[in-house]
Design a protein around this ligand. Sequence first.
Ligand code: GAP
Length: 504
Amino acid sequence: MNELDLMTKIVSLCKRRGFVFQSSEIYGGLKSAYDYGPLGVELKRNIAAAWWRSMVYERDDIVGIDASIIMHPKVWETSGHVAGFSDPLVDCLNCKERFRGDKAPRAEVGSEVVFHEGGKSSGKKLKGNVGACGYVCPVCSSPNLSDERQFNGMFRTTLGPVDPLAEFFKEIKEKNLDEREMRAKYEECLKRSLVYLRPETAQAMFVQFLNVQQTTSMKVPFGIAQQGKSFRNEIVVEHFIFRSCEFEQMEMEFFIEPGTQDQWLKYWTDERMSWYKKYANSGESFRLRQHDKTELAHYSDDCYDVEYLYPWGWGELEGIASRTDYDLKRHGAATGSKLSYFDQNKADPETGKPGWRYVPYVIEPAAGLTRTVLAMLLDAYCEEKSVDANGQEKVRVLLKLHPALAPSKAAVLPLVKKDGQPEKAEAIAKELRRAGLNVACDDAQSIGKRYAKHDEVGTPFCITVDTQTLEDQTVTLRDRDTAQQERLTIPAAVAKVVEACRHP
Ligand code: GAP
């Protein structure tokens, strides 16, 4: 299968079967925002639950929080986001594309490039020389570009019943201000009620470090985990749910003793890689890539990305950063809070005296939940070709999702809509639901079409109720991946489904 074709097929399957819809579609859609449908929300929740299990429930050294999306605006000044969370925005003067300069195709400064007028293949062929920026337009290859402008990616809004614009007009009335002065005045009026939508979930874990540590008496090393929405006003949104403006993250800040960061970074990169491989079919589609020094964020002394082999190439799925003591130190200094930890069993390395107070270092595995939904869908998509009795080629589409992640764990299918079969199917579905599983009961269409539909949405098992079921309380259990069926008693079929859906 052509790799980019795969992406088209995934987007189409997501819409056709109710995984992901374009936001506000009937109004023409909103660029870069997506709604998760009945199956998508289940897949997303199952991935989030699998992460929470491995981070919080299966360990005694990590606890969770759920912080607000809107935080005190000073949090983002202190963290460096107000000053530094920006990307270089560039406009192509030829085709009008707006793009990020740091992601544009590189070209030798001064070299000659050929491009089409207006970016259209029918346009006149033009020649130009690459400017000092060293890149060309990613769409039409033109070197005729605007200067870079720094564009801050945080969404701004106002808190409370104030209208900054009204205050602004009041303040500039009868003052003869030029554009720069007016802008400064506007920012001043806005600042009185300005807040941001969080661009990452991480900062709440630093800001609540003391509250969490003191209320739980956690001892270093320990972690705080959080999942939730984050917002970035991305210059370029791309590849369906891979990069959107509203997305979900799963982040964990692991607080450690200074000097142990190399060992913990290795530990967390191994842990996170094995988590993905436990749930995916092709382990070789996941890799670790160490950042080179020039890529490191200002707060980081080392960093790895977990990358996935998307249809367009390797790309980031999760960042695992060694964040030093940057955030706790900054928030401590900005607020006067003592964001430190006292280890009474260790001697202070400087004085040699018993008891050591230090600001913990941090290892941060930061995953994208919505991006993991995409990676798991891509990993699961399969097409099986066969030839039927009439010599016709048939394609069976299936999503080989791990049963623990699959939106629906089983579909209970009465062969016919009579003779007590629908009622029996409902009773079996009820039993599976009592065991905590999300199951579907489906009597529409022919049995073949129902199997095909449930293969396509990743349902691991189909339980078929037929005439024999009413006679001897047995059903057929069909396995999604092999399409093999076996006849089992109802309790044995239920037990098999429950067992297969356990987390690895
Ligand atoms: N606290 C660190 C942090 O936020 P990041 O690498 O910017 O690090 C972590 O983000 C993860 O969040 C990324 O690896 C990616 O999976 C996801 N992510 C970031 N921006 C995204 C976007 N615009 N759309 C979807 N997912 C995004």
